[in-house]
Ligand binder design. Structure first.
Ligand code: SF4
Ligand code: SF4
Length: 436
């Protein structure tokens, strides 16, 4: 296969060496889990449990009738202690179910499916939804919706995102290396649902071991592995489609408009566990790194574990940390408190020192155009920043603001340290509130 590349992009320091060869370790279950009722793109769920009730590990504890939703499950067995608004890692507060672990590790009955090929597409989608599966690359879009494009759309290719282009992170990398058969079987289930013969796994060429392991795992299948020249943000859906298939997704359209569905490789492993082993999505592999961490690790963590417990396990140096981030340094969310939980979309926790954050005061724009060249979506970030200064939100929309994937490449490359991505996020939030 030919590598076509994508427009723009940047190459920040990779900083993956410290954890790329670290085996995934399982973090012990905490005494208390904090499970927010919103962990997917969509509407918040309603709790289906009451304070004082005993729940089992894997039991569904919140759901919604809304189209864009997936249920959540208890990640321990224990007693529901509180249901209240608590700090949420993606900003603000969210209604959260707090469960005290009784340390009995008592599971609900898990319905395993030996031969998933005998199930209809509709039944497989129902299983995937019921197990709370969302895109694990960070977006947390409900997977059963992504795998069910409109009837008039013909899908011919499934792309698997194994790029993991964010610096520091190695969670997808380690899942591909340590759980290749789950990844491949999950891809086969998705191909069966989408009725496609073609699937390509895109992996950046800084993950040589994952490329080799995946190449062995696909032998005897129609799945292909495509090494990609390392470049950020290759893992963006539209960038990946351009790099592997040389197709451009039009402005405002979804990948399905060019016959493609994109899913993450770790999501494929979760689909396998959901369908074959009957397991709901109750844990997540995350990378814990940054120079304020003494023992960087890849950890399998129960969803709802507070990041204070994760950091304690990895030798967190509170005095050295300048910025705490959930996710990667380019697209992740800065955290103001350690009392927020790991959620389904968490791919890493970074404790960055002053040296790593490299904060400099913004200066005047010098009109160099580097932000425009770096933008993978062919946008004009410099224009957004100027319009935001004058609160010209509607004009920002006319310049296709909503196509921005908030990758941060423009801010990263700007020699004047202009807060371009911040201006974009504010503009998007203003436009959304104007629609309400
Ligand atoms: S405008 Fe948006 S998509 Fe373009 S580089 Fe900036 S953050 Fe990325
Ligand atoms: S990269 Fe920075 S200095 Fe250059 S045009 Fe864009 S905003 Fe201005």
């Amino acid at each position: 296969m030919k590598f076509f590349g994508f427009k723009g992009g940047v190459h920040p320091p990779e900083n993956k060496i410290e954890t790329q060869n670290q085996l995934i370790q399982r973090l012990a279950a905490p005494k208390m889990v904090f499970i927010p009722l919103l962990q997917h793109i969509g509407v918040p769920l309603l709790s289906s449990v009451k304070i004082g009730e005993r729940v089992l590990k894997g039991q569904m504890i919140g759901d919604s009738d809304a189209f864009l939703s997936v249920p959540i499950h208890s990640t321990v067995s224990g007693i529901v202690k509180k249901i209240e608004k608590l700090p949420f890692p993606l900003m603000g507060v969210v209604e959260t179910i707090v469960i005290e672990n009784d340390l009995q590790d008592e599971w609900v009955d898990l319905k395993k499916i030996e031969n998933w090929k005998e199930l209809s597409k509709e039944d497989l989608l129902k299983v995937i939804r019921s197990k709370g599966i969302v895109g694990l690359g960070g977006a947390a879009f409900p997977t059963h919706i992504k795998l069910n494009p409109p009837k008039d759309v013909k899908i011919d290719t499934l792309l698997l995102n194994g790029a993991e282009c964010e610096p520091y992170l190695n969670s997808d990398n380690r899942v591909m290396i340590e759980e290749p058969l789950k990844v491949i079987e999950g891809i086969k289930i998705m191909m069966h649902i989408l009725n496609v013969d073609s699937a390509v796994i895109g992996i950046e060429d800084n993950k040589e071991e994952a490329i080799e392991v995946m190449k062995k795992a696909i032998l005897g299948t129609s799945i292909k592995v495509m090494p990609l020249k390392t470049m950020y943000p290759q893992g963006g859906e539209k960038s990946l489609i351009k790099a592997i298939l040389n197709k451009e997704v039009p402005s405002g359209k979804l990948p399905s408009s060019v016959g493609v569905v994109v899913n993450n490789t770790t999501t494929a492993a979760a689909i396998y566990d959901a369908v074959v082993n009957g397991l709901p999505l109750i844990d997540k592999v995350i990378t814990v790194a940054g120079k304020a961490i003494r023992e960087p690790k890849n950890l399998r963590v129960l969803i709802g574990t507070q990041i204070s417990e994760v950091l304690e396990n990895c030798g967190y140096n509170e005095e050295e940390v300048k910025k705490l981030v959930m996710g990667g340094p380019m697209m992740g969310m800065a955290q103001l408190t350690l009392e927020v939980p790991v959620i389904k979309g968490t791919s890493g926790i970074l404790a960055l020192t002053k040296e790593e954050t490299n904060y400099c005061k913004p200066k005047a724009c010098i009109g160099c155009g580097k932000c425009v060249d770096a933008c993978p979506m062919s946008l004009e970030p410099v224009m957004y920043a100027r319009l935001a200064e004058f609160s010209e939100w509607e004009k920002m929309a006319k310049y296709h603001l909503m196509d921005c994937i908030e990758c941060g490449s423009c801010s990263y490359i700007c020699p004047s340290n202009r807060p371009l991505t911040e201006a974009i996020k504010i503009g998007k939030a203003k436009l959304r509130s104007m629609k309400k």
